[in-house]
Design a protein around this ligand. Structure first.
Ligand SMILES: [Zn+2]
Length: 381
C-alpha cells in the first residue's frame, strides 16, 4: 500500500496504525446515515428526537468514529494474537470498508488468529449492551447510543464469522481444512466459498442499493482469487531462493556506457536488463524498454546513467515467492539480485520465475514415504 494513500496516526504495542484516504471519504457519509438511522431507531424505542439532545449528524459522527475505533480493536485483537504467537505484523490500516492487519509472517495458528477478531467484537458488543442497560434510567440518549454501538459490534463480529474467505470465518474454515488436506486444496475450497459469498453479497448489495456491501463483495472476490493464486504459486515454488532462478550476470554497466554499446551488449548476451554499477554498488537499472525509447540515431550520445531508473534489489537468499510480490508492483519489471555487501550477481524477471516453475516440474518425484506428512508440494504418482 503506497504511502501517498495512507498516513500513520498512532503506534499501539509496536504496531503502526494507518488510515487510508478512503476512510476519510466514507466518514461523513457514515455519519449522515448513522444519524438518520439512529434517530429512526430511537423513535422506535420510544425516545422522541427532541430528547436526544444534539443534532442527528453529531450522534452519527460520534457513532461512526466509535465504530471505527471498534474496528481498530478488532484488528488489534488479530494483530496482538499474531505477535504473541510468533507472527510478525507490519501494521494495521483502516479502510473505507473496515480494517486490515498486514502480516509479514503468519503466526502458528491462522485459524485462532482469525477467531480473535470476531470474538473480541462479540465480547465488546455484549459489554456495550450491558453498560447501556446501566444508564437506561438517567441518560436515555447516551444509553441508546451505547446500545446501538453494541449492536454494531455484534453485527461486526457475526458478519466476519461468515466463511467468506478471506474474511475471518473463511480463514477459520481454511485452517480446519488445511489439517486434513494441506494448504493448497484447503485454500482452493475456501476460495470457492469466498467467491460464492461475494456473488451473494453483490446481489444483496444491488437489491438493497448498499454501496458498502457491493464494495465488500469486490474485495472478497478479489481477495479469494489472489490468495488462491498465491498459495498455488507457493506450492509450485516451494523453498526456491532468488539466487537459484535469477539470470546470472556476466558483465555490468557503468553509468558512462553509451546506449549504443548497451543495446549491442543486450543483443549479444540476450538480456533485457542490466544493473548500472558504480564503485561496486548498484546505482540503477537500464532495461531494453528504456533503451528503445531513445531513437536509434541518438543512442551513441546518450549514456546509461541518463536513462537508468532506480533499481529494486532482492537478496539472492530471499524466497522467490516473496520476491514475486515485489515483481508484481508497477515500476519493478526486473529486480537486481545482490549478495551481501550489495554486489550484483543477476537479475530476476517474471520470465525467470516462470522458467523455474516449469523446470521444477521436471524434478523426479519424491520417494514414497520420504515426504513430510503435510507436504503440499508432493504430487501423487
Ligand atoms: Zn477480522
Amino acid at each position: 500500500m503506497g504511502s501517498r494513500t495512507t498516513f500513520r496516526v498512532a503506534t499501539i504495542g509496536g504496531i503502526p496504525i494507518r488510515i487510508h484516504v478512503t476512510f476519510l471519504i466514507v466518514l461523513p457519509f457514515l455519519a449522515f446515515s448513522f444519524g438518520q438511522s439512529f434517530v429512526g431507531a430511537a423513535r422506535l424505542a420510544g425516545i422522541p428526537p427532541e430528547r436526544l439532545g444534539g443534532p442527528p449528524w453529531a450522534w452519527g459522527l460520534a457513532l461512526a468514529v466509535a465504530l471505527f475505533a471498534s474496528v481498530l480493536v478488532h484488528e488489534l485483537a488479530h494483530s496482538l494474537y499474531a505477535v504473541r504467537r510468533g507472527g510478525k505484523v507490519r501494521g494495521i490500516t483502516l479502510l473505507m470498508i473496515g480494517g486490515v492487519s498486514e502480516l509479514a509472517a503468519p503466526p502458528r495458528s491462522e485459524a485462532l488468529m482469525a477467531l480473535a477478531g470476531p470474538a473480541t467484537s462479540l465480547a465488546l458488543g455484549g459489554a456495550f449492551i450491558g453498560v447501556a442497560r446501566l444508564f437506561r434510567g438517567e441518560l436515555p440518549n447516551v444509553s441508546f447510543a451505547v446500545f446501538y454501538l453494541g449492536q454494531l459490534n455484534l453485527w461486526l463480529g457475526a458478519f466476519n464469522l461468515l466463511p467468506a474467505f478471506p474474511m475471518d470465518g473463511g480463514r477459520v474454515l481454511r485452517g480446519a481444512l488445511t489439517r486434513r488436506m494441506g494448504p493448497v486444496r484447503a485454500t482452493r475450497i475456501a476460495a470457492r466459498f469466498g467467491r460464492g459469498f461475494a456473488v451473494v453479497f453483490a446481489m444483496l448489495g444491488f437489491l438493497t442499493a448498499n454501496v458498502l456491501l457491493l464494495l465488500v463483495s469486490f474485495v472478497v472476490y478479489a481477495g479469494a482469487e489472489g490468495e488462491a493464486r498465491d498459495v498455488e504459486l507457493r506450492a509450485a515454488l516451494g523453498d526456491l531462493r532468488v539466487g537459484d532462478v535469477a539470470s546470472p550476470l556476466t558483465s555490468e554497466l557503468g553509468a558512462g556506457d553509451t546506449l549504443l554499446a548497451v543495446a549491442d551488449r543486450m543483443r549479444r548476451e540476450r538480456r533485457t536488463a542490466y544493473p548500472v554499477v558504480g564503485e561496486g554498488r548498484v546505482v540503477g537499472i537500464v532495461t531494453a524498454h528504456a533503451v528503445r525509447r531513445v531513437p536509434a540515431e541518438r543512442r551513441g550520445d546518450v549514456l546509461a546513467g541518463e536513462v537508468a531508473r532506480e533499481a529494486t534489489l532482492a537478496a539472492a537468499s530471499d524466497r522467490v515467492v516473496d520476491a514475486l510480490h515485489v515483481l508484481g508492483r508497477p515500476g519493478a519489471p526486473e529486480l537486481v539480485v545482490v549478495v551481501d555487501g550489495g554486489r550484483p550477481v543477476g537479475t530476476l524477471s517474471q520470465l525467470d520465475v516462470e522458467r523455474a516453475i516449469e523446470l521444477r516440474e521436471l524434478e523426479p518425484p519424491p520417494v514414497a514415504g520420504a515426504a513430510p506428512h503435510d507436504a503440499p508440494f508432493t504430487r501423487r504418482a
